[in-house]
Write a protein that binds this ligand. Structure first.
Ligand SMILES: Nc1ncnc2c1ncn2[C@@H]1O[C@H](COP(=O)(O)OP(=O)(O)OP(=O)(O)O)[C@@H](O)[C@H]1O
Length: 460
């Protein structure tokens, strides 16, 4: 079955030796993938621990390359899955086997939730390729890493999808950590979505005091994808206080977003002005040479033999998204391992030809929600910003619903994730739009043709 997890397994298989893969990954199965949560069943707790410890980073990285968003992985234990490992779990023998087994049995009922917390070891300044498109953002990040809270505070980095914002933030975190010989600096990297979830839980479980204390005690706060703050009043309020507390005590704040503060819809004025207190830098799409350099660096880190002509070919195929660029390289390398052929221009063309036909958000000619919004807005002669607005005027609302319908149909994103692209709309709004457009296209031939034309435009 072509499940998301099976696609992940294909790429994982290319990166490890077959017997380990057989032992640790073959007995796993996707149970569900819904609303950004991927549920994977494994035979026992030992698998959970091993996968978490050794492969979580890789799994999350591959998932991101497919979905272009953070996916949460939940492991559930299904003892009916046959383990092919011959392991002797050391920790089963270390303590009383009985008690440990009882613990494991009990944990069968528990779901272990793993999220991209902390810093990705691969995202450092050393692995970051600098070109004209990201020079300023890179220099500013270096300055902040050298002198936290004295260079620019806050540092606000913005740019399109997959252009390296997260990479730079992690690089700052790593550099600060390396300089911190006494291990005193408290660094916290998180997505804005996670901040919001923590806040919701704090409200729900009446632990606001602990929530506030935790955030007031951070020395370097790296907060990713702040654009999702749009329309979240209570979270804006709390983030405002967190920001002030950190700023007043001279703690460094680094923020990333897909647009500058003034373009974040419904952002409170007091927060907007604070985001503008420090330095705002953007990352532009990379030029051809930078794309080739990034591919070469990535190939070097992953120990992939990448001929020059292939690097140049990939760079011409991908417009700007660096994640998609890397995705192509990984797919070509995986293919070359599977078919036991060297990477050549011919092989690369065959692989890319295949994946260009796939409706896969991480792949080359990927259809993103932003692209859908642009194409639909252009067709109906409305502004792209209208896609994120709350306007109920029919000439705006209906094209917006068509864009929501196409986003659901042509991307792998969950309903809540799509909602975020439309100004933070609720998942029920997206579902309603999909059902409505679906029903209307069945009754109205002209509309059905119109939607089909839009779809074709997106595929070319
Ligand atoms: N200049 C660069 N040099 C090397 N690798 C890069 C560079 N820019 C981006 N990348 C790589 O591209 C991938 C996507 O980058 P990243 O996740 O940082 O993008 P992003 O801008 O945060 O995307 P999003 O908007 O989806 O959050 C990562 O694997 C990252 O390492």
């Amino acid at each position: 079955m072509n499940t998301l997890w099976n696609k992940v397994l294909e790429l994982v298989a290319a990166r490890m030796n077959p017997s380990s893969f057989d032992a640790w990954f073959s007995p796993t199965q996707q149970r569900s993938f819904q609303d950004g949560v991927l549920e994977v069943a494994v035979p026992d707790q030992y698998f959970v621990n091993w996968l978490k410890e050794h492969y979580m980073d890789v799994i999350l990285e591959i998932l991101r390359s497919f979905t272009q968003s953070d996916v949460r992985v939940i492991f559930t234990i299904d003892p009916n899955l046959t383990s092919r490992t011959s392991y002797e779990p050391e920790d089963l023998h270390a303590e009383s086997t009985e008690s440990r087994r009882a613990e494991i049995k009990e944990s069968n009922a528990i779901q272990v939730i793993e999220e991209p917390i902390g810093l990705n070891p691969k995202y450092t300044f050393e692995t970051y390729v600098v070109g004209g498109s990201n020079q300023l953002a890179h220099a500013a990040s270096l300055a902040v890493a050298k002198q936290p809270s004295r260079a620019y505070n806050p540092l606000f980095i913005y740019g399109g999808v997959g252009l390296g914002k997260t990479h730079l933030m992690h690089a700052i975190g790593h550099a600060v950590k390396t300089q911190d010989t006494q291990g005193k600096v408290r660094i916290y990297y998180l997505s804005f979505e996670r901040f919001m979830n923590e806040l919701i839980n704090a409200i729900r479980f009446d632990t606001m005091q602990q929530f506030r204390e935790k955030y007031r005690n951070i020395d370097l706060l790296l907060i990713d994808d702040i654009q999702f703050i749009a329309g979240k009043e209570r979270t804006q309020e709390e983030f405002f206080h967190t920001f002030n507390a950190l700023y007043d005590t001279q703690k460094q704040i680094v923020i990333s977003s897909d647009c500058p503060p003034k373009k974040i819809p419904t952002l409170e004025e007091r927060l907007r002005s604070r985001f503008e207190w420090g330095l705002i830098v953007d990352i532009q799409p990379p030029d051809f040479e930078t794309k080739v350099a990034i591919l070469k660096k990535k190939a070097e880190t992953e120990q992939i033999e990448l001929p020059n002509d292939v690097a140049m070919f990939i760079a011409t195929q991908i417009k700007s998204n660096i994640r998609a660029l890397e995705g192509c390289l990984i797919k070509i390398a995986a293919h070359s391992t599977i078919v036991k052929e060297e990477i050549t221009l011919d092989l690369a063309k065959r692989v890319l030809d295949d994946i260009l036909d796939v409706k896969d958000p991480g792949s080359a000619r990927s259809i993103t929600v932003t692209l859908i919004q642009e194409v639909v807005a252009n067709h109906y002669k409305i502004k792209v910003e209208d896609m994120r607005s709350a306007s109920r005027l029919r000439n705006v609302a209906f094209p917006r619903q068509i864009a929501m319908f196409l986003a659901r149909k042509l991307t792998d994103l969950s309903l809540p994730a799509i909602g975020q692209f439309f100004g933070g709309k609720d998942h029920t709004t997206i579902m309603y739009a999909c059902q409505k457009v679906q029903a209307m296209t069945q009754e109205d031939v002209t509309l059905a043709k119109e939607v089909e034309t839009l779809e074709q435009a997106l595929h070319t």
